[in-house]
Design a binder for this molecule. Sequence first.
Ligand SMILES: Cc1ncc(COP(=O)(O)O)c(C=O)c1O
Length: 395
Amino acid sequence: MLIYLDNAATSFPKPEAMYAFMDQFYRRAGVNPGRSGYDLCIEAGQLVEDTRRLLAGLFGLREPHHLTFAYNSTDALNLAIFGLLRPGDHAISTTLEHNSVIRPLNHAARDLGVEVEFVPFGADGFVDPDDIAGRFRSNTRLVAVNHASNVIGTVQPVADIGRLCRERGITMLIDASQTAGKVPIDLEAMNLDIVAFTGHKSLFGPTGIGGLCLRNGVQIRHTRAGGTGVRSVEPYHLDEFPYRLEYGTVNLLGVAGLHAGVTWLLERGQHTVHEQEMRLITRLRNGLRSIDGVTLYCQDDLRDHIGVLVFNVDGYEAADVGTMLDVDHDIACRTGLHCAPLLHRQLGTESIHGAVRLSVGPFNTEAHIDAAIEAVREIAATRRPAPSVVPAAQR
Ligand SMILES: Cc1ncc(COP(=O)(O)O)c(C=O)c1O
Protein backbone atom coordinates (compact mmCIF):
# COMPACT_ATOMS: atom_id res chain seq x y z
CA MET A 1 0.00 0.00 0.00
CA LEU A 2 1.48 3.35 -1.08
CA ILE A 3 2.54 5.73 1.68
CA TYR A 4 2.06 9.19 0.25
CA LEU A 5 4.47 11.73 1.74
CA ASP A 6 4.42 14.27 -1.08
CA ASN A 7 1.64 16.51 0.18
CA ALA A 8 3.66 19.69 -0.43
CA ALA A 9 3.44 18.90 -4.16
CA THR A 10 -0.29 18.32 -3.91
CA SER A 11 -2.44 16.96 -1.13
CA PHE A 12 -3.50 13.39 -1.80
CA PRO A 13 -5.93 11.84 -1.38
CA LYS A 14 -8.51 14.61 -1.21
CA PRO A 15 -11.44 14.51 1.17
CA GLU A 16 -14.14 12.16 -0.11
CA ALA A 17 -16.63 15.05 0.02
CA MET A 18 -14.59 16.89 -2.60
CA TYR A 19 -14.75 14.09 -5.15
CA ALA A 20 -18.47 13.63 -4.53
CA PHE A 21 -19.37 17.31 -4.79
CA MET A 22 -17.40 17.82 -8.01
CA ASP A 23 -19.14 14.89 -9.61
CA GLN A 24 -22.63 15.87 -8.43
CA PHE A 25 -22.36 19.57 -9.13
CA TYR A 26 -20.80 19.28 -12.55
CA ARG A 27 -23.32 16.68 -13.68
CA ARG A 28 -26.24 18.76 -12.49
CA ALA A 29 -25.19 22.38 -13.08
CA GLY A 30 -21.99 22.32 -15.16
CA VAL A 31 -23.02 25.23 -17.40
CA ASN A 32 -21.23 28.49 -18.13
CA PRO A 33 -21.58 30.47 -14.87
CA GLY A 34 -22.95 33.99 -14.86
CA ARG A 35 -23.39 34.26 -18.62
CA SER A 36 -27.21 33.89 -18.87
CA GLY A 37 -30.41 34.12 -16.85
CA TYR A 38 -31.67 30.53 -16.75
CA ASP A 39 -31.79 28.77 -13.40
CA LEU A 40 -28.82 26.46 -13.83
CA CYS A 41 -26.66 29.35 -15.00
CA ILE A 42 -27.63 31.38 -11.96
CA GLU A 43 -26.88 28.39 -9.72
CA ALA A 44 -23.44 27.92 -11.28
CA GLY A 45 -22.72 31.65 -10.95
CA GLN A 46 -23.88 31.51 -7.33
CA LEU A 47 -21.38 28.77 -6.54
CA VAL A 48 -18.57 30.90 -7.97
CA GLU A 49 -19.62 33.89 -5.86
CA ASP A 50 -20.14 31.75 -2.72
CA THR A 51 -16.65 30.34 -3.17
CA ARG A 52 -15.23 33.83 -3.60
CA ARG A 53 -16.86 34.82 -0.31
CA LEU A 54 -15.71 31.66 1.46
CA LEU A 55 -12.10 32.26 0.43
CA ALA A 56 -12.24 36.00 1.12
CA GLY A 57 -13.37 35.11 4.66
CA LEU A 58 -10.50 32.64 5.01
CA PHE A 59 -7.92 35.28 4.02
CA GLY A 60 -9.40 38.29 5.85
CA LEU A 61 -10.21 40.07 2.59
CA ARG A 62 -12.99 42.59 3.14
CA GLU A 63 -14.09 42.86 -0.50
CA PRO A 64 -14.87 39.36 -1.86
CA HIS A 65 -14.97 40.68 -5.44
CA HIS A 66 -11.27 41.51 -5.05
CA LEU A 67 -10.60 37.80 -5.04
CA THR A 68 -9.60 36.76 -8.54
CA PHE A 69 -9.69 33.13 -9.62
CA ALA A 70 -6.65 31.88 -11.53
CA TYR A 71 -5.35 28.47 -12.61
CA ASN A 72 -2.98 28.03 -9.68
CA SER A 73 -0.55 30.15 -7.69
CA THR A 74 1.92 30.32 -10.57
CA ASP A 75 -0.74 31.96 -12.70
CA ALA A 76 -1.83 34.22 -9.83
CA LEU A 77 1.77 35.29 -9.14
CA ASN A 78 2.32 36.10 -12.80
CA LEU A 79 -0.87 38.19 -12.86
CA ALA A 80 0.35 40.09 -9.82
CA ILE A 81 4.00 40.55 -10.78
CA PHE A 82 3.39 41.64 -14.37
CA GLY A 83 0.31 43.65 -13.38
CA LEU A 84 2.36 45.67 -10.90
CA LEU A 85 5.90 46.13 -12.14
CA ARG A 86 6.95 48.75 -14.66
CA PRO A 87 10.30 49.59 -16.26
CA GLY A 88 12.61 51.29 -13.79
CA ASP A 89 10.99 49.69 -10.70
CA HIS A 90 12.91 47.91 -7.98
CA ALA A 91 11.59 44.65 -6.49
CA ILE A 92 12.79 42.70 -3.46
CA SER A 93 12.28 39.01 -2.85
CA THR A 94 14.10 36.22 -1.01
CA THR A 95 16.21 33.16 -1.72
CA LEU A 96 13.39 31.06 -0.24
CA GLU A 97 11.25 31.55 -3.32
CA HIS A 98 9.79 29.03 -5.69
CA ASN A 99 10.44 29.45 -9.40
CA SER A 100 6.86 30.75 -9.62
CA VAL A 101 8.26 33.98 -8.18
CA ILE A 102 11.91 33.77 -9.20
CA ARG A 103 11.25 33.32 -12.91
CA PRO A 104 8.59 36.04 -13.35
CA LEU A 105 10.89 38.42 -11.47
CA ASN A 106 13.85 37.41 -13.63
CA HIS A 107 11.73 38.02 -16.73
CA ALA A 108 10.70 41.40 -15.34
CA ALA A 109 14.40 42.17 -14.85
CA ARG A 110 15.47 40.99 -18.30
CA ASP A 111 12.47 42.12 -20.33
CA LEU A 112 11.21 45.23 -18.49
CA GLY A 113 14.37 46.58 -16.90
CA VAL A 114 13.14 46.02 -13.34
CA GLU A 115 15.91 45.73 -10.73
CA VAL A 116 15.46 42.64 -8.60
CA GLU A 117 17.20 41.56 -5.39
CA PHE A 118 16.85 38.23 -3.59
CA VAL A 119 17.55 38.56 0.13
CA PRO A 120 19.15 35.49 1.76
CA PHE A 121 17.55 33.75 4.74
CA GLY A 122 19.37 33.17 8.02
CA ALA A 123 20.90 29.90 9.22
CA ASP A 124 17.62 29.14 11.00
CA GLY A 125 15.66 29.36 7.74
CA PHE A 126 13.96 32.73 8.32
CA VAL A 127 14.44 36.05 6.55
CA ASP A 128 15.05 39.04 8.78
CA PRO A 129 12.48 41.80 8.07
CA ASP A 130 15.19 44.41 8.67
CA ASP A 131 17.32 42.85 5.92
CA ILE A 132 14.46 43.52 3.55
CA ALA A 133 13.76 47.04 4.85
CA GLY A 134 17.48 47.82 4.58
CA ARG A 135 17.17 47.47 0.80
CA PHE A 136 14.16 49.73 0.30
CA ARG A 137 14.74 52.43 -2.30
CA SER A 138 12.64 55.28 -3.56
CA ASN A 139 11.68 53.15 -6.61
CA THR A 140 10.90 49.91 -4.71
CA ARG A 141 7.41 48.93 -5.81
CA LEU A 142 7.15 45.30 -4.71
CA VAL A 143 8.28 42.96 -1.95
CA ALA A 144 7.42 39.31 -2.70
CA VAL A 145 7.93 36.68 0.02
CA ASN A 146 7.23 32.96 0.16
CA HIS A 147 5.01 32.63 3.25
CA ALA A 148 6.35 29.16 3.98
CA SER A 149 9.19 27.46 2.21
CA ASN A 150 8.18 24.38 0.24
CA VAL A 151 11.63 22.95 1.03
CA ILE A 152 12.60 23.72 4.63
CA GLY A 153 9.07 24.52 5.83
CA THR A 154 9.84 27.73 7.72
CA VAL A 155 6.94 30.21 8.01
CA GLN A 156 8.25 33.70 7.38
CA PRO A 157 7.44 36.78 9.51
CA VAL A 158 5.31 38.29 6.76
CA ALA A 159 3.23 40.51 9.08
CA ASP A 160 6.42 42.28 10.23
CA ILE A 161 7.67 42.63 6.66
CA GLY A 162 4.21 43.86 5.66
CA ARG A 163 4.27 46.53 8.36
CA LEU A 164 7.60 47.84 7.12
CA CYS A 165 6.31 47.86 3.54
CA ARG A 166 3.10 49.62 4.56
CA GLU A 167 5.10 52.41 6.24
CA ARG A 168 6.83 53.03 2.91
CA GLY A 169 3.82 52.50 0.64
CA ILE A 170 5.45 49.44 -0.96
CA THR A 171 3.21 46.62 -2.17
CA MET A 172 3.65 43.44 -0.15
CA LEU A 173 2.86 40.15 -1.88
CA ILE A 174 2.96 36.73 -0.29
CA ASP A 175 3.12 33.40 -2.03
CA ALA A 176 0.75 31.40 0.17
CA SER A 177 0.98 28.21 -1.87
CA GLN A 178 2.14 26.19 1.13
CA THR A 179 0.22 28.01 3.85
CA ALA A 180 -3.28 28.82 2.57
CA GLY A 181 -5.57 26.72 4.76
CA LYS A 182 -2.80 25.76 7.19
CA VAL A 183 -1.38 28.92 8.66
CA PRO A 184 -3.86 31.70 9.48
CA ILE A 185 -3.74 34.54 6.95
CA ASP A 186 -5.50 37.83 7.61
CA LEU A 187 -4.69 40.21 4.81
CA GLU A 188 -5.75 43.32 6.72
CA ALA A 189 -4.33 42.43 10.14
CA MET A 190 -1.04 41.23 8.61
CA ASN A 191 -0.47 44.34 6.44
CA LEU A 192 -0.53 42.32 3.25
CA ASP A 193 -1.56 43.74 -0.11
CA ILE A 194 -1.64 40.62 -2.25
CA VAL A 195 -2.02 36.95 -1.37
CA ALA A 196 -1.50 34.35 -4.10
CA PHE A 197 -2.80 30.84 -3.38
CA THR A 198 -3.25 27.51 -5.09
CA GLY A 199 -6.27 25.27 -4.57
CA HIS A 200 -4.76 21.81 -4.76
CA LYS A 201 -2.49 21.76 -1.73
CA SER A 202 -3.78 22.57 1.77
CA LEU A 203 -7.13 23.90 0.57
CA PHE A 204 -7.89 20.33 -0.60
CA GLY A 205 -9.28 21.30 -3.98
CA PRO A 206 -8.31 19.85 -7.36
CA THR A 207 -5.49 21.04 -9.60
CA GLY A 208 -6.17 23.90 -12.02
CA ILE A 209 -7.71 26.38 -9.60
CA GLY A 210 -6.11 29.04 -7.43
CA GLY A 211 -6.30 32.78 -7.06
CA LEU A 212 -5.22 36.16 -5.92
CA CYS A 213 -6.55 38.36 -3.09
CA LEU A 214 -6.02 42.07 -3.60
CA ARG A 215 -6.42 44.60 -0.83
CA ASN A 216 -8.57 47.52 -1.85
CA GLY A 217 -6.46 50.22 -3.48
CA VAL A 218 -3.67 48.04 -4.88
CA GLN A 219 -2.75 49.47 -8.27
CA ILE A 220 -2.67 46.56 -10.65
CA ARG A 221 -3.16 46.41 -14.41
CA HIS A 222 -4.69 43.60 -16.45
CA THR A 223 -2.10 41.90 -18.60
CA ARG A 224 -4.52 39.91 -20.75
CA ALA A 225 -7.88 40.72 -22.25
CA GLY A 226 -10.98 38.83 -23.26
CA GLY A 227 -14.54 37.86 -22.50
CA THR A 228 -16.11 38.71 -19.17
CA GLY A 229 -19.73 37.83 -19.91
CA VAL A 230 -20.84 41.37 -19.04
CA ARG A 231 -20.64 44.74 -20.86
CA SER A 232 -19.63 43.03 -24.09
CA VAL A 233 -19.84 46.29 -26.01
CA GLU A 234 -16.70 47.60 -24.28
CA PRO A 235 -13.77 47.41 -26.72
CA TYR A 236 -11.19 46.84 -23.95
CA HIS A 237 -10.96 44.59 -20.95
CA LEU A 238 -12.95 45.80 -17.93
CA ASP A 239 -11.15 47.52 -15.07
CA GLU A 240 -13.70 46.67 -12.41
CA PHE A 241 -13.29 43.68 -10.12
CA PRO A 242 -13.69 40.74 -10.28
CA TYR A 243 -13.36 41.06 -14.06
CA ARG A 244 -10.10 43.02 -14.10
CA LEU A 245 -7.89 39.94 -13.76
CA GLU A 246 -10.34 37.21 -14.80
CA TYR A 247 -10.41 36.24 -18.45
CA GLY A 248 -12.88 33.88 -20.11
CA THR A 249 -14.87 31.10 -18.52
CA VAL A 250 -13.86 30.31 -14.96
CA ASN A 251 -12.84 26.75 -14.07
CA LEU A 252 -16.24 25.85 -12.62
CA LEU A 253 -15.33 22.25 -11.87
CA GLY A 254 -12.23 23.49 -10.04
CA VAL A 255 -14.25 26.06 -8.13
CA ALA A 256 -16.72 23.35 -7.09
CA GLY A 257 -13.90 21.15 -5.82
CA LEU A 258 -12.25 24.06 -4.06
CA HIS A 259 -15.53 24.97 -2.37
CA ALA A 260 -15.93 21.41 -1.11
CA GLY A 261 -12.26 21.17 -0.06
CA VAL A 262 -12.35 24.40 1.94
CA THR A 263 -15.70 23.47 3.49
CA TRP A 264 -14.20 20.15 4.60
CA LEU A 265 -11.17 21.96 6.02
CA LEU A 266 -13.27 24.46 7.96
CA GLU A 267 -15.45 21.69 9.37
CA ARG A 268 -12.42 19.78 10.56
CA GLY A 269 -10.69 22.97 11.73
CA GLN A 270 -7.59 24.56 10.20
CA HIS A 271 -5.84 24.45 13.54
CA THR A 272 -6.65 20.77 14.09
CA VAL A 273 -5.28 19.82 10.66
CA HIS A 274 -2.12 21.86 11.15
CA GLU A 275 -1.51 20.51 14.67
CA GLN A 276 -1.88 16.94 13.48
CA GLU A 277 0.59 17.56 10.65
CA MET A 278 3.07 19.16 13.03
CA ARG A 279 2.84 16.19 15.42
CA LEU A 280 3.66 13.87 12.52
CA ILE A 281 6.50 15.99 11.15
CA THR A 282 8.00 16.29 14.65
CA ARG A 283 7.92 12.51 14.99
CA LEU A 284 9.56 12.21 11.58
CA ARG A 285 12.22 14.80 12.39
CA ASN A 286 13.02 13.07 15.69
CA GLY A 287 13.30 9.71 14.00
CA LEU A 288 15.44 10.91 11.12
CA ARG A 289 17.85 12.87 13.23
CA SER A 290 18.66 9.76 15.26
CA ILE A 291 19.98 8.03 12.11
CA ASP A 292 23.70 8.11 11.48
CA GLY A 293 24.52 9.65 8.08
CA VAL A 294 21.29 11.64 7.70
CA THR A 295 21.55 15.43 7.37
CA LEU A 296 18.47 17.56 8.04
CA TYR A 297 18.19 21.22 7.04
CA CYS A 298 16.74 23.97 9.29
CA GLN A 299 14.70 21.52 11.38
CA ASP A 300 16.09 22.17 14.87
CA ASP A 301 13.14 24.21 16.06
CA LEU A 302 9.80 23.32 14.52
CA ARG A 303 7.90 26.34 15.80
CA ASP A 304 6.77 28.43 12.83
CA HIS A 305 7.06 25.48 10.47
CA ILE A 306 4.71 23.54 8.28
CA GLY A 307 4.72 19.79 7.78
CA VAL A 308 7.59 19.64 5.31
CA LEU A 309 11.18 18.53 5.82
CA VAL A 310 14.22 17.80 3.68
CA PHE A 311 17.24 15.62 4.25
CA ASN A 312 20.09 13.86 2.56
CA VAL A 313 21.78 10.53 3.26
CA ASP A 314 25.58 10.51 3.14
CA GLY A 315 26.95 8.68 0.14
CA TYR A 316 23.75 8.89 -1.90
CA GLU A 317 22.29 11.29 -4.40
CA ALA A 318 18.85 12.52 -3.28
CA ALA A 319 17.31 10.97 -6.40
CA ASP A 320 18.70 7.54 -5.47
CA VAL A 321 17.17 7.77 -2.01
CA GLY A 322 13.86 8.75 -3.63
CA THR A 323 14.01 5.75 -5.95
CA MET A 324 14.78 3.38 -3.08
CA LEU A 325 11.94 4.83 -1.01
CA ASP A 326 9.61 4.31 -3.95
CA VAL A 327 10.74 0.94 -5.30
CA ASP A 328 11.76 -0.83 -2.09
CA HIS A 329 9.36 0.77 0.40
CA ASP A 330 6.38 2.10 -1.59
CA ILE A 331 6.88 5.61 -0.20
CA ALA A 332 6.15 8.60 -2.45
CA CYS A 333 8.38 11.65 -1.91
CA ARG A 334 9.95 14.44 -3.95
CA THR A 335 13.65 14.82 -4.64
CA GLY A 336 15.81 17.39 -6.40
CA LEU A 337 15.70 21.17 -6.20
CA HIS A 338 11.94 21.48 -5.56
CA CYS A 339 11.73 24.47 -7.97
CA ALA A 340 13.74 26.45 -5.39
CA PRO A 341 17.25 26.74 -6.87
CA LEU A 342 18.31 29.80 -4.86
CA LEU A 343 17.45 28.06 -1.60
CA HIS A 344 19.43 24.95 -2.50
CA ARG A 345 22.33 27.12 -3.65
CA GLN A 346 22.33 28.82 -0.26
CA LEU A 347 22.08 25.51 1.62
CA GLY A 348 24.97 24.16 -0.44
CA THR A 349 22.79 21.34 -1.76
CA GLU A 350 22.54 22.58 -5.35
CA SER A 351 25.80 20.92 -6.37
CA ILE A 352 24.65 17.56 -4.95
CA HIS A 353 21.35 17.82 -6.85
CA GLY A 354 19.14 18.90 -3.98
CA ALA A 355 17.62 16.85 -1.22
CA VAL A 356 14.81 14.43 -0.37
CA ARG A 357 11.55 16.05 0.76
CA LEU A 358 8.89 14.35 2.85
CA SER A 359 5.67 16.25 3.48
CA VAL A 360 2.63 15.18 5.46
CA GLY A 361 -1.10 15.71 5.13
CA PRO A 362 -4.22 15.04 7.18
CA PHE A 363 -4.55 11.47 5.92
CA ASN A 364 -1.10 10.42 7.12
CA THR A 365 -0.73 8.37 10.28
CA GLU A 366 2.00 7.65 12.82
CA ALA A 367 2.41 4.24 11.16
CA HIS A 368 3.31 5.99 7.88
CA ILE A 369 5.91 8.08 9.66
CA ASP A 370 7.41 5.10 11.45
CA ALA A 371 7.62 3.21 8.16
CA ALA A 372 9.41 6.17 6.54
CA ILE A 373 11.91 6.39 9.41
CA GLU A 374 12.66 2.66 9.19
CA ALA A 375 13.04 2.89 5.41
CA VAL A 376 15.56 5.75 5.68
CA ARG A 377 17.38 3.87 8.45
CA GLU A 378 17.72 0.87 6.15
CA ILE A 379 18.95 3.01 3.26
CA ALA A 380 21.45 4.83 5.48
CA ALA A 381 22.76 1.52 6.85
CA THR A 382 23.62 0.33 3.35
CA ARG A 383 25.07 3.61 2.20
CA ARG A 384 27.81 3.58 -0.35
CA PRO A 385 31.31 4.40 0.83
CA ALA A 386 32.40 7.84 -0.31
CA PRO A 387 34.22 7.51 -3.66
CA SER A 388 37.94 7.16 -3.06
CA VAL A 389 40.03 9.85 -4.66
CA VAL A 390 42.29 8.41 -7.34
CA PRO A 391 45.48 10.43 -7.79
CA ALA A 392 45.46 12.19 -11.15
CA ALA A 393 48.60 10.38 -12.27
CA GLN A 394 46.88 6.98 -11.99
CA ARG A 395 43.66 7.98 -13.84
C1 LIG B 1 6.00 27.93 -2.49
C2 LIG B 1 5.33 27.55 -3.77
N1 LIG B 1 5.07 28.51 -4.67
C3 LIG B 1 4.46 28.22 -5.83
C4 LIG B 1 4.10 26.93 -6.14
C5 LIG B 1 3.41 26.66 -7.44
O1 LIG B 1 2.14 26.14 -7.23
P1 LIG B 1 1.27 25.74 -8.50
O2 LIG B 1 2.05 24.69 -9.20
O3 LIG B 1 -0.01 25.24 -7.94
O4 LIG B 1 1.12 26.97 -9.30
C6 LIG B 1 4.37 25.90 -5.24
C7 LIG B 1 4.05 24.51 -5.58
O5 LIG B 1 4.80 23.62 -5.50
C8 LIG B 1 5.01 26.22 -4.02
O6 LIG B 1 5.28 25.29 -3.13
